[in-house]
Ligand binder design. Structure first.
Ligand code: HEC
Length: 107
């Protein structure tokens, strides 16, 4: 019986440690805008500081020309800004991912 208690207790502690670390990593989760820029495919159409595609405009200076909120809206829904925009919308990106990308573009 004691043996059972010990096993139960250690499993419980293990579960607590795992969920605590899960919560902790969730809270401190920060995205790398640079990674997202390449992972999400922005770089297939846009160049940034000499690296990337050519279909879309170069984004090296975009944060000097447009406000953060303009860029944020554009990423979510380009057709809302320009009805004939060719850029696909990136509605699936959370606001923290979008702002990570925008801060990367300020580097
Ligand atoms: C399939 C190609 C393509 C992809 C992928 C793409 N874009 Fe674009 N983007 C464009 C094109 C083309 C334009 C020029 C306006 C238009 O037609 O939409 C543009 C315009 C923009 C603009 C406005 C630039 C300006 O000076 O007006 C921003 C900001 C931008 N894109 C950011 C991004 C970000 C961030 C991503 C990734 C999440 C991304 N784009 C992915 C093609 C793309």
């Amino acid at each position: 019986m004691n043996h059972f208690k010990y096993t139960f207790c250690s499993l419980l502690i293990l579960a607590l440690i795992i969920s605590a670390s899960f919560l902790f990593s969730g809270c401190s989760l920060t995205y790398s805008g640079e990674k997202l820029f390449y992972q999400e495919g922005c770089s297939q159409c846009h160049s940034y500081k000499g690296k990337g595609g050519r279909m879309g405009p170069d984004l090296s200076a975009v944060t000097n020309l447009k406000s953060d909120s303009w860029i944020d809206t554009y990423i979510q829904n380009p057709q809302k800004v320009y009805p004939f925009a060719r850029m696909p919308s990136f509605k699936h990106l959370s606001s923290s991912k979008r702002s990570a990308i925008i801060s990367f573009l300020k580097n």
